[in-house]
Ligand binder design. Structure first.
Ligand SMILES: O=C(O)C[C@@H](O)[C@H](O)C(=O)CO
Length: 271
């Protein structure tokens, strides 16, 4: 089973390019799926959700999103994810149609999670995001929460953006969230959508379980996806390149309680 999905570029409608499409038909993921689209200016994409909720994240550019008779005009806050400005997103509940029209060239990520419980359509403006600076030494990262577990706007989906500067590590020390053992640990699948700056860069991501029955280390390039059905999932960023990733998490219960690998937990406690 490969956990790495290299970027594609397939024109699926005029001006709409499919960069990633990872779902239950081409992966072992049960709770999470993702689509990444690049839209030329004025291009449109639409879809009707089945038993899924979705988070439409405007990674870059400006778009108009319509959903359930609501219209969000000109949303999106940045030209590139590396502007590091919190962006706008739209939550769309189960069974609803939605449409996206690009006002400028745009890049969109659509995160999905299967559910039959529908929440109202909601615009998640970038300026409501909680920003966190985590870690010390070469373990520093900037976190922009889009749909964290303390915002009760979705049934399953959790969405977060993470910036890791050149030479640093994130999702580190290694942690897992694959045991359904609340309140200690929650079972959450996770999908990583990665970008790098400059874009010829690469990062390394390891996904492994305690018994090493799963232990893969991947070279990840711009616009690749890594799936984490289970296990620890640290990311290392080489010197000279900055990393961005967007995490989609979902599982039986919408709460993020993780377990740090005990042998590496000392990394957090350093003075
Ligand atoms: O803090 C980080 O480095 C980001 C990670 O927590 C990342 O969002 C993740 O792995 C969530 O489980």
């Amino acid at each position: 089973m490969s956990l790495l999905y290299q970027k594609q570029n397939q024109e699926i409608r005029p001006g709409v390019h499919l960069i990633q499409d990872v779902n239950a038909s081409n992966s072992p993921m049960k709770y999470t799926a993702v689509k990444v689209l690049a839209l030329d200016a004025n291009a449109s994409y639409d879809e009707t959700l089945g038993d899924f909720e979705a988070g439409i994240v405007v990674l870059a550019g400006k778009v108009t999103v319509t959903a359930d008779q609501q219209r969000f005009e000109g949303i999106g806050q940045r030209q590139s994810v590396f502007d590091k400005i919190p962006t706008d997103s739209v939550y769309v509940g189960t069974g609803l149609p939605f449409g996206i029209t690009a006002q400028t060239a745009a890049k969109i990520l659509i995160a999905y999670s299967p559910t039959t419980t529908s929440f109202p359509v909601r615009l998640l403006k970038g300026d409501i995001h909680q920003i966190e600076h985590r870690g010390k030494y070469q373990n520093k990262r900037l976190v922009q929460n889009i749909l964290p577990d303390d915002l009760p706007f979705a049934d399953k989906l959790l969405l977060v953006e993470v910036y890791t500067d050149s030479g640093n590590w994130s999702s580190y020390p290694p942690h897992r969230h694959d045991h359904d053992n609340l309140p200690t640990e929650s079972l959450l699948e996770e999908i990583y959508y990665h970008e790098m700056q400059p874009k010829q860069g690469f990062v390394f991501q390891r996904v492994y379980t305690d018994d090493h029955s799963l232990d893969e280390t991947m070279t990840v390039q711009n616009q690749d996806v890594v799936i984490v059905p289970k296990g620890y999932h640290p990311v290392g960023v080489p010197d000279g390149y900055d990393s961005y990733y967007l995490n989609i998490m979902a599982g039986p219960t919408r709460v993020w309680h993780f377990h740090n690998a005990p042998e590496h937990a000392w990394i957090i406690d350093r003075k």
